[in-house]
Design a protein around this ligand. Sequence first.
Ligand code: PEP
Ligand code: MN
Length: 340
Amino acid sequence: MIIVLKPGIAKKQETTILKEIRKRGYKPHVMRGVARIVIGAIGDELTHQSLETLAMVFPEIVESVTPVQKRYKLVSREAHPATSEVPVREHFIGGRQLHVMAGPCSVEGEDQLLRTAVAVKAAGATMLRGGAFKPRTSPYEFQGLGLKGLKLLAKARRETGLAVITELLSENHADMVAEYADILQIGARNAQNFQLLIAAAKTGKPVLLKRGLSMKIEEWLLAGEYVLANENANLMFCERGIRTFETYTRNTLDLATIPIIKNESHCPIVIDPSQGAGRADLVKSLCKGAVAMGADALLIEVHPNPAEAWSDGQQQVSLEVFAQLMKELRPLAEAVGRTL
Ligand code: PEP
Ligand code: MN
């Protein structure tokens, strides 16, 4: 903690503060500037009373109290300098291989899902995405097939060998969804639903945490902290665009999160260009940018007939476009030291 004292403080007041800091279990280091005194206090907030109240308790002496340590710990690169690799069936996300998770926004039926799964697998995807429980803005829109959707995902996995990622929408579904999925997706709308994050963590399955629609990176890292703090080390962050004033795109995909998350955290970073732009015609370019910038995986919406999709039709790419995209991504991935 950095404690800045008000200018013109008397020696007696300085002594009072130093005594209080020691009393709360911290070791003060005094730095005397020309105009004011700054105190660095070393200690552990987890086991000691916080120093943040000093400014409130001694308003005539203390000007400000600022933490120097980051608020997130377990997700931080400081805590774990090596990049974490998240095991998903026979794969590892965060290692040399770039993983592509592809499939429809929503599971709509057996034929749609199976056709998509076979095609994305043939094109080089390692994981199948598909929502069985859908977080829709309107209650009158398709809400997902629920358990039937989960069973279809499991069937597609049996037939293709693809790992399955699907969204966990409610704490009540945690055990059910974990029974069928290889990765639990926490959606943008639930990114700060802390009880849901805890429930997801406790299933022991890898968790992919989308960034909330208006979430700061620090809040996102702290939300991820809930997963690690609940004894689940297998966390991935997924940037899917944030809400801005821009209207050309559904969201503004923040690719700067790739180097930022890599710098701040040891957890892999996944990019979702589909929700990110809300436009199928931008998916290819955004994927290329993400791969060039070091994304560990991509989450892409693919549908056999996007025009007839039950959700997010405007942003899903066709099977043909997906196959072409994978072809174009391969040399790019190699150029940045990844295999695809
Ligand atoms: C999705 O992946 O289809 C989805 C609903 O994502 P998000 O939570 O990012 O909107
Ligand atoms: Mn979608």
